[in-house]
Design a protein around this ligand. Structure first.
Ligand SMILES: NC(=O)c1ccc[n+]([C@@H]2O[C@H](COP(=O)([O-])OP(=O)(O)OC[C@H]3O[C@@H](n4cnc5c(N)ncnc54)[C@H](OP(=O)(O)O)[C@@H]3O)[C@@H](O)[C@H]2O)c1
Length: 278
């Protein structure tokens, strides 16, 4: 378990539900059966089926897996990241959009709170504008109401994160970014997160770093530990303080990914992987 700066416990590995389409509910059931307790989704029909995550949560509840034993994270996706199926009135002001999207998430997920609510991306690539601050204030209000235990931000650049931490009433408890080995696994952002006691969640660890999976040095480490290259990457992520997401659809991979927690890489191996593509 990891602990956010506001004392919320967060499972150390998260199952991501993007691109699972109609298999979403079944994937969530398999993930929880395999041992995952944290699920990531978004109220964004282009990539996620949040309502099918909710279907899985209902089945799990019937099987005795209670809501409070799971960690559910979802996102507010601004209109630029949605198609015509926005889960809010796109002509409404941004505060209303966040409120409507959040209410729709609670309905989809059949719950009265979420564990983590994430802004899918700032409105522009550089700097934070008025729109970002309005959305962040609306998310802070949801946090203050207790309807989400944490708030966070995704796809954020270093300058934006620094600005957010400096000026927000509540700085993010989590940051979720795509993690490229070529950027030393998003080192700049990870360091800002460390300085502010923010949990860094890394996604596409495998799909964004296919060359690392087949790197002979990683394969040698995998052989030494009788593990797969994917397990080495996930364990590396955890040992450098990251919370990894996995997007697998295979139960074999789900189990293998969780078993990575038992592997121990040496400090030399961690150093090697950290700079392997830089
Ligand atoms: N915030 C954002 O903008 C954003 C963007 C993208 C993703 N995400 C989140 O991050 C999650 C993960 O992203 P991702 O799907 O790119 O992750 P990933 O875990 O890097 O990639 C999953 C792919 O790798 C394959 N794979 C092979 N061996 C695997 C193993 N041992 N474990 C896991 N996968 C293995 C999977 O195939 P098999 O199915 O055959 O295992 C699948 O095709 C998403 O579901 C979503 O929740 C967030």
């Amino acid at each position: 378990m990891l602990r956010a700066y506001n004392d919320v416990s967060v499972p150390s590995f998260m199952y991501g539900t993007a691109w699972k389409k109609e298999a979403t509910a079944q994937c969530v059931l398999l993930a929880v059966e395999s041992g995952f307790r944290a699920i990531d989704t978004a109220n964004q029909l282009i990539h996620y089926q949040e309502a099918l995550v909710g279907e899985a949560l209902k089945s799990l509840d019937q099987q005795g897996v209670k809501r409070n034993t799971l960690f559910i994270q979802t996102k507010f996706t601004p209109a630029g990241g949605q198609d015509h199926r926005t889960p809010y009135d796109p002509r409404a002001d941004l505060t209303t959009q966040v409120e409507q999207s959040f209410a729709s998430s609670l309905t989809h997920l059949s719950t009265d709170y979420v564990d983590s609510y994430v802004l899918h991306a700032p409105f522009s690539r550089r700097g934070l504008g008025e729109a970002d601050w309005e959305v962040w204030s609306a998310m802070e209000a949801l946090y203050q109401s207790g309807k989400t235990k944490m708030i966070g931000v995704s796809n954020i650049a270093a300058g934006q994160l620094t600005e957010l931490c400096q000026r927000a009433n509540h700085k993010p408890m989590v940051v979720q970014n795509r993690c490229f080995a070529a950027l030393a696994w998003d080192k700049q952002i990870r360091e800002i997160c460390r300085a502010h006691d923010i949990i860094y969640q890394g996604f596409s660890l495998l799909t964004a770093n296919r060359e690392v999976l087949v790197d002979p040095q990683v394969q040698r480490i995998a052989r030494r530990l009788d593990a797969t290259s994917a397990q080495i990457i996930f364990r590396f992520a955890m040992q450098i303080g990251m919370l990894p997401l996995t997007g697998t659809t295979s139960q074999k991979h789900m189990r293998e990914d969780l078993e990575a927690e038992r592997i121990a890489l040496s400090s030399d191996e961690i150093e090697l992987i950290e700079t392997i593509a830089v």
